[in-house]
Design a binder for this molecule. Structure first.
Ligand code: ATP
Ligand code: MG
Length: 265
């Protein structure tokens, strides 16, 4: 693998449950994501995917093990990592351009440079004409694009994306997937993407990691050996996609009856 940009080494996470002992959300997870690589993380609800992303972003400290970005141990939120969530979290009182520049402003970048970066990103994401609008004047899909622009504006090494498109309709989602894929390709950024959409995982990624039910462990890893990573719509047509999606469904036990352990968890 090329230079490793994001790494989890033997990470486990336990949460104390008020009066009910402790819950192990993530168990002994080791993952390495190389420079420019896009990796998807899939797994059943509650298996610890968001917990892992929070650890990578420095928002949560792991109980055991460590996360590293560019070889440095993650010890708190830092400028090398940017985070995008299901909810866009735009600030309603700021214009679109001011929202995009928000993270950069916190970093202390001067106003003219902030403006320049915001404008360039908005142009790339076909939002330039909305720079002066407010979030409530945009559709949900447009707001997610603004959130993506804001994530990219800080010029992070690693992008952590937690179900970024789950709240938008299926058609907008395809448009956003393509925009994300092109942006990732163009910028050469490294990304870890959480999604419940198996086809999305396959069409956007170089590699898909499958997690088990809680306590979440990595139980499978599939390299996506399909051309055109910057064109998910084209990839969708590739005959291999269905085979991989089927394999992922098998690994996730989709279609099988819920196993009895759940009641005891
Ligand atoms: N701050 C916390 N305190 C206590 N328990 C937590 C906390 N954060 C997460 N958990 C628990 O850890 C487990 C994993 O949660 P997490 O949000 O990582 O799951 P997930 O895989 O992202 O699920 P989903 O697909 O539904 O988003 C869950 O059982 C959750 O209740
Ligand atoms: Mg989650």
């Amino acid at each position: 693998m090329s230079v490793i940009r994001l790494e989890y080494r033997r990470v486990s996470m336990h949460f104390m449950q008020g009066g009910n002992g402790r819950l192990t959300a993530v168990q002994d997870v080791s993952v390495a994501v190389g420079d420019g690589e896009v990796v998807s993380l899939i797994g059943p609800s509650g298996c610890g995917k968001s917990t892992l992303l929070n650890i990578g972003s420095g928002l949560t400290a792991p109980s055991e093990g460590d996360a590293f970005v560019d070889g440095e141990r993650v010890q708190g939120p830092n400028a090398h990592v940017a985070f995008m969530l299901q909810k866009d979290l735009l600030l309603p009182w700021r214009t679109i351009a001011e929202n995009v520049a928000f993270g950069v402003e916190i970093q202390g970048v001067a106003a003219p440079e902030r403006k320049r970066r915001a404008q360039a990103l908005l142009e790339n994401l076909n939002l330039a004409e909305f720079a002066g609008h407010y979030p409530h004047q945009l559709s949900g899909g447009m707001r997610q694009r603004v959130a993506l622009a804001r994530t990219l504006a800080v010029d992070p090494t690693v992008l952590l994306l937690d179900e970024p498109f789950s709240a938008v309709d299926a058609q907008t989602r395809m448009v956003l997937q393509r925009e994300l894929a092109q942006t990732l390709k163009r910028s050469g950024k490294t990304a870890l993407l959480i999604t419940h959409d198996l086809q999305e995982a396959v069409t956007l990624s170089d590699r898909v990691l499958v997690m088990s039910k809680r306590p979440g462990r990595i139980i499978d890893e599939i390299a996506i050996d399909i051309p055109d990573r910057d064109d998910p719509l084209k990839r969708r047509q590739h005959p291999k996609v269905n085979d991989i999606v089927n394999r992922l469904m098998e690994r996730l036990d989709i279609g099988a009856p819920d196993d009895a352990v759940q009641g005891r968890a």
